[in-house]
Ligand binder design. Sequence first.
Ligand code: F6R
Length: 238
Amino acid sequence: MKKVVLDNYDDVCRAVADIYSRQLREKPHSVLGLATGGTPIGLYEELVRRYNAGEIDFSMARSFNLDEYYPISKSHPQSYDYFMRENLFDKINIARYSIPNGEADDPVAECERYDGEIAAAGGIDLMLLGIGLNGHIGFNEPSDTYPIGTYLVDLTESSLTANSRFFGPGEHQPGRALTMGIGAILSSRSIVLMICGANKAPIAKRLFEGKVYTGVPASFLLLHPDATIFLDKAAAGA
Ligand code: F6R
């Protein structure tokens, strides 16, 4: 695990965009893992800027997103499917993208199908993660045990409250999600975690306490041979 502290959010976005640029230059057929939420928005803006400038090409790449609310329609503005099209996929030339299907009738079958699709693609080359205020990655919430594969999870109060900012007053917020399991995340060949903003300083501090435990799901990343954790100074408490 490598820890990198940069001055501010824009610097973190540029540094992570450099990693995506290099990955696609070296392996145009890369399988990319992608996240939603507030954190990657600046990164996606930077990737779109580079794409428009002819500096990066996604035409042979494919991607898998970490998670999706369940149930939710793909046309719902708060679905992660909608978020990804709005912020990235409709603005670049990615060959193919996959997101757990929040519209599936049978969530268990959908999870198995999603794992099968990731396996058939050869696993994930470069996985992008954000971190929840409770230490979650994807929607792997603090818990005693974790399914290895994709699963249907009940979101914790912390995650529901943190994400309620994206929903309008009175708008229904799904209490469950389909999330990639710890297995697909940790078997990614390379992982980048972005931790930005002063509100993430307390969880960043707990993450770097030097122990691995399910109370901070992101701490499993400390065991990964090629995980880089980028922080801005505000999150690093510097
Ligand atoms: C998003 C995801 C979540 C977020 C995390 C941080 O696909 O899996 O783990 O990365 O909740 O969210 P933000 O960036 O909004 O603070």
